[in-house]
Design a protein around this ligand. Structure first.
Ligand SMILES: C[S@@+](CC[C@H](N)C(=O)[O-])C[C@H]1O[C@@H](n2cnc3c(N)ncnc32)[C@H](O)[C@@H]1O
Length: 199
């Protein structure tokens, strides 16, 4: 898994991402709800892709809130930019960056929606997110886990590898080192999970 592979894959996949992903990328709205956002919050969306969920986040944070969306793929970010312009969202900032090297401060919530398993230097990215969060701020991660059923597991793991996804990350072990609370809920026999951590 390398950033070059990610960029190449999304140069193609960005063209049909929004019309296909709902088929297998589940629980994204549930993850946004777990952020429990308030009016005026600043939300960092790491690996924001085409901007899925921006509308739902903006409904909750209002005009005084702010989204910072970062993504490595200029093609995915291009799609997000189109959405931002079309909807005249002037409180969304889009940044092209590798999440492992992007640092900011004073955010109330961080969302990784199906991105952490693709970030080669994921530990660095998580540490940056921790540093960016205000005390009491929330980190929510929704992503693919490891399904328990043996045959299906092999098939899915093969497919994940093909799509630059590493679904074996031990996120809890990493995050308990610096977050106060870490809670993981698995869905669909482990196919995906939502992790919530509080600083
Ligand atoms: C499966 S898409 C998810 C997009 C969006 N969050 C969603 O829920 O639809 C994964 C995204 O993570 C981005 N990504 C992967 N590695 C990254 C990195 N190191 N830094 C920033 N973005 C990265 C990819 O470019 C891609 O847009």
């Amino acid at each position: 898994m390398s950033l070059k592979d990610v960029e190449q894959m999304y140069a193609l996949h960005s063209k049909f991402y929004d019309i296909t992903r709902w088929l297998f990328v589940w629980n994204r709205n549930k993850a946004i709800n777990k952020l429990e956002l308030n009016e005026g919050n600043t939300v960092l969306v790491v690996g924001c892709g085409t901007g899925y969920g921006f509308d739902k986040i903006l409904e909750q944070i209002g005009r005084n809130g702010k989204i910072i969306g970062i993504d490595y793929s200029k093609h995915m970010l291009g799609k997000a930019r189109q959405k931002v312009q079309k909807n005249k969202w002037n409180n969304v900032e889009l940044i092209q960056a590798d999440a492992a090297y992007y640092k900011t401060k004073n955010v109330d919530a961080v969302l990784y929606s199906y991105s952490i398993t693709m970030i080669p230097e994921w530990q660095k990215s998580l540490r940056n997110s921790y540093d960016a969060l205000n005390k009491g701020g929330k980190l929510v991660i929704v992503d693919f886990g490891e399904i328990k059923t043996p045959l299906l597991k092999q098939l899915l793991n093969w497919n994940f590898r093909k799509h630059n996804v590493d679904n074996h990350l031990n996120l809890r072990k990493e995050l308990v080192n610096y977050f106060d609370e870490v809670d993981v809920t698995q869905y669909c026999f482990g196919y995906n999970f939502i992790l919530m951590a509080i600083k």
